[in-house]
Structures are given as C-alpha cells and as structure tokens.
Design a protein. Structure first.
Length: 304
C-alpha cells in the first residue's frame, strides 16, 4: 500500500510557513511542546520521525500518532468530562486535585495520565505485571471526596512498511514523496477490540466507575471497528452505565485552516453501547463459503 506523510511535526506536509519549518527543525511535537516520541532508524541511529498522520493513496488521511489527538490542550479529555460528569468542570493534575478542591471549595476533575497525574497501574489477577488505561478522570466534589470516575483509552493505528524516505525528503527539501507505509488494520481484531472488551469487563465491576470506558480514536479507525462488529445496526446504543463502552471518533477539519496553523480535529461521532454487545458482535464472525481451502489448493495445483 502506497501512502504519503500528510502531517509532519504537527503541520500539514504542504505547509512551508516558518512556523512549520521551525517545528521540523527542532524535532518537537507542538501539541505537547516536547521532543517527538516517534522515531525511525537512519544509518543505525534513532531519529525523530515527526509523522502525525499518513494518507493512503486511495483514502482519507489517518492519524497514526495518539499524541496528535491531544491537540487544543487535551480537548478530548474535556469532551469526555463534559459527557460523563458536568460541562465546564476544571481538569486538574490528579496529584493536585484535593488541594484545588479544598482551596476553591468546588468540584473538579482529577486527571491521571501521562504528563498529568501519572498513569495508574492496575494489578492483574495473578498479582504479576499489570496493565494501564491511558487516562482516568475522577470527579472530586466540593468537600474533596471521590464521587465517581471513568477510564479512557486513546488509540490510533500502527503502520506497516516504511516512511523513512518520506521523512528525510520532507526534512531536507520539504518535498512530499510516496512511501511504502501502510496501515495495520489487522490490529483492530487482534489487539484493539480484545483490549477494549477486557478492560470494559474489569471496569464494570468497579463500584465508582458508573459510566464505564471511553474509547477515543480517529474516524477511519472507528469505521473499521464498526465494520468488524457488523455495523451500527449490530451494535445497539445504550445509556451510560457501569458496563458502558463509549466510542468517540475524531476527524480533521480543513474548512478554515491556513499555513502556520494546526488542522483542527473535531468530534465526529459519540456512541455508547455495552461491553456485552461489543463482545457479542466481536464473536459473531462471518465465515467464508465451505471448502475455500480445497478450492485454493486445487487452483494452486493447476486443476480446472
């Protein structure tokens, strides 16, 4: 599958403004103001790649770096807090939330996640190892008491192939070339959906997790998830509840974007169902016709 790099260090690859060129030169992620975390191998050395989004030749751009979804000061976290709790509550670093609540005498949302209050490691049943959810938002009342919480998973899509030459060409000449990079859609079935189901089942047993799990992803990834689960008709909507899984998909909005600016991302769809419905749909596999292996073998042997 051929593709091009569509966003490079936060800006469109076609953007030749001084702001975009400076972001590339500094190799920093402008969304979190830190060095880009994605790397490639160049002459046996690790180099920051700066690839936020790639565009397959025959389809729309697809975000491949989760941090790209943290634009506008982590707006996605505000979107979840507004839906799960009340609109407009302040988001506070989880380690400072009680101090804020005591000082202000007001409700707030304690945020636990990377670069905020730290990720919360949850032990596995065996007691060995553990797993993470990307974010936990905890509602703290005006008296500093924990009322409830929700968990958030943020997923984009892994790439296959290689976009190294595309990175080097953008870096040196700001030229866009085709690369062999593609999208690993198989991970939707192999990794993403099994993780959603498992974490959803764990969370629905938590007394204070009353709104379940929120899953945030780019719109094309959500579309593939829906396809794998049999479409919207096969995934019934439910009100928020402890067993909820709420899908929230985001897309690029180029309607009013100029050089030197980020392409805004907007909430495309929000749909709540239950972990049971997701598991049921995931297990409902559509099988091919009978004897497909036999037909393939006969064809390979040269039978007519």
């Amino acid at each position: 599958m051929a593709s091009t790099i569509w966003e490079f260090f936060g800006y469109r690859s076609t953007d030749t403004s001084q702001t975009a060129l400076q972001a590339s030169e500094q190799a920093r992620c402008p969304f979190i103001d830190e060095p880009c975390e994605k790397t490639i191998n160049v002459n046996n050395e690790r180099k920051r790649s700066g690839v936020c989004t790639i565009k397959p030749t025959t389809s729309e751009p697809v975000i491949c770096c989760p941090i790209r979804l943290y634009a506008d000061g982590y707006q996605i976290l505000r979107d979840v807090a507004d839906k799960a709790f009340s609109k407009g509550l302040p988001l506070i670093n989880g380690r400072k939330a009680l101090e804020y609540s005591s000082k202000e005498g007001a409700k707030c949302v304690a945020v636990f996640g990377q670069r905020w209050g730290g990720e919360l490691r949850l032990p596995q049943k065996s007691g060995k190892g553990g797993y993470f959810v990307d974010w936990v938002l905890a509602l703290i009342d005006a008296n500093g008491q924990l009322e409830e919480f929700v968990a958030i998973e943020v997923q984009t899509i892994d790439t296959t192939g290689n976009y190294r030459e595309g990175v080097l060409e953008l870096e040196s000449e700001r030229q866009i070339i085709k690369t062999s990079a593609g999208l690993n859609w198989e991970n939707v079935s192999k990794r993403i959906l099994p993780q959603i189901i498992y974490k959803g089942q764990v969370l629905q047993r938590e007394d204070l997790c009353r709104k379940g799990l929120f899953f945030i992803c780019p719109a094309p990834v959500y579309s593939r998830i829906l396809d794998r689960l049999g479409g919207q008709s096969g995934l019934a909507e439910y009100s928020l509840q402890p067993a909820s899984i709420t899908f929230m998909s985001y897309h690029h909005s180029e309607s009013d974007c100029h050089d030197g600016q980020f392409v805004p991302i907007e909430l495309d769809e929000s749909r709540s169902t239950t972990v049971y419905k997701v598991q049921e749909a995931f297990n409902n596999v559509t099988l091919p016709d009978r004897n497909v292996y036999e037909s393939a073998i006969r064809k390979a042997l040269g039978f007519k």
